[in-house]
Design a protein around this ligand. Structure first.
Ligand SMILES: *Cc1c(COP(=O)(O)O)cnc(C)c1O
Length: 412
């Protein structure tokens, strides 16, 4: 494709809530967002709030970001017309190939952005938390690239379950610190990371991996990931003559690949935005991560959003076969898209996702990540017109899920 223009990462008006794209000054998308944080974190978060837009709109910062996306990550990622899948679905299905990014998923777009931001802020040390290890690997990768110290907090249980990603992080030079409290999983790792940040407010930047957390993280991460839809518009124009599809479909854990895939279409009201959550064993099985189907407004990880909770507000343990969707909340942008009706929210079960992963592999020669397989499942539920243009964000590749796929196939 032609050389891409270097666009600023922010629009001209960022002070007022504008359409669906920008939160207001306090980080609210409609009723959702904000920064609900302990007193001890105010300094760190306020520093970010005060500086992120200015840094991100600086042309030199933009150039550094674009150069690394091009030469290190391998962007622009292709927009691929999946002809055999299209025939089956009865519409023109284009796959945005985030699976071809370095490290195998979209997460690197955000960690590249945040490591450059951390450098600008003069930070010497990076912390992150990780569940399945995907965000930990993306963070360890950019820290190695920049020669910056990297500490990744991870639940003790997850360290056992995710040995290959732990090995990758160590090989990349990161220190993986086990969280040994509570359920020894993601939320305990998050607590440890927050404790670390409180104790190291001056020299440390906390890289959050999705469009969650206190303002400005949801907006900052959405802007870094917005490169996905920025490229999609240009590529659609080249391939179809129109920049606008009829549908954009993406899976939603916290919501960063969806936010990136939707971003430049948010205020194009003719484009239907479809978010697909994980229904686990079934929405009402008690083993699910279908946040909008089951959740209520509440506060989790520093922002007001929709989350799965009990009557008295305790967070419900989620379940999904895909580690990246196994999260009890969604980012505030998505809560707003749901509450306002701008987004169409659907869900796919573990079984449906597995079936889609096997079908797509055989149809298109692409083994998708289990997370992405949920988005593919939505293609069967939606009613398309024959000439509809559908963009599906292929958030990641399936290599990391091979053990699960082998299990599902059973012995030869
Ligand atoms: C982490 C991950 C997701 C879920 O995270 P979002 O922030 O919702 O995008 C989806 N797909 C893949 C491949 C992932 O690694």
């Amino acid at each position: 494709m032609s050389t891409m223009d270097v666009h600023p990462l922010i629009g001209s008006s960022t002070k007022v809530a504008q359409g669906y794209t920008h939160p207001n000054d306090y980080g609210y998308y409609g009723d959702f967002g904000g920064a609900y944080i302990p007193e001890m974190l105010h300094r760190n978060v306020e520093e970010l709030q005060a500086q992120y837009l200015e840094i991100m709109s600086d042309p030199a910062f933009n150039k550094a970001f674009r150069d690394l996306l091009k030469d290190f990550v391998g962007r622009p990622t292709p927009l691929f017309l999946a002809t055999r899948l299209s025939q089956q679905v009865g519409a023109n299905v284009y796959l945005k190939r985030e699976d071809l990014c370095h490290t195998g998923a979209h997460k690197i777009n955000n960690t590249i952005g945040q490591i450059l931001l951390a450098e600008r802020l003069g930070k010497k040390r990076i912390i992150a938390e990780t569940g399945a290890g995907q965000h930990g690997v993306a963070t360890a990768t950019v820290c190695a690239l920049k020669g910056i110290e990297c500490i990744v907090y991870m639940g003790e249980k997850d360290i056992e379950r995710q040995a290959p990603n732990v090995a990758r992080m160590r090989m990349l030079g990161a220190k993986v610190v086990p969280a040994t409290s509570g359920s020894k999983t993601l939320k305990d790792a998050t607590n440890e990371a927050i404790r670390d940040w409180i104790n190291n407010p001056n020299d440390t930047h906390y890289i959050i991996g999705s469009v969650v957390g206190p303002h400005p993280y949801p907006d900052m991460v959405a802007r870094f990931q917005s490169v996905i839809s920025e490229e999609t518009r240009i590529q659609l124009k080249e391939q179809t003559g129109s920049e606008l599809p009829n549908y954009v479909i993406a899976c939603v854990g916290g919501g960063s690949n969806a936010a990136g895939a939707f971003y430049h279409f948010l205020d194009e009201l003719s484009v239907k935005l479809v978010a697909v959550e994980a229904a686990g064993h079934g929405v009402h099985s008690g083993m699910s991560a279908a946040t909008t189907a089951l959740g209520k407004p509440g506060i989790l990880h520093g922002s007001k959003s929709i989350l799965m909770q009990t009557e008295d507000g305790q967070v419900v343990e989620p379940h999904s076969i895909s580690a990246g969707l196994d999260y009890p909340g969604i980012g505030p942008l998505h809560a707003h898209l749901f509450a306002s009706g701008r987004g169409i929210f659907m869900s796919a079960t573990d079984e449906e996702a597995l079936r889609s992963a096997f079908e797509v592999s055989k149809l298109e020669g692409i083994i998708p990540a289990l997370e992405t397989a949920h988005a593919f499942s939505a293609l069967k539920e939606l009613k398309f017109n024959a000439n509809d243009t559908v963009v599906l964000c292929l958030s990641g590749r399936g290599d990391k899920d091979l053990a699960t796929y082998m299990n599902a196939m059973g012995p030869q």
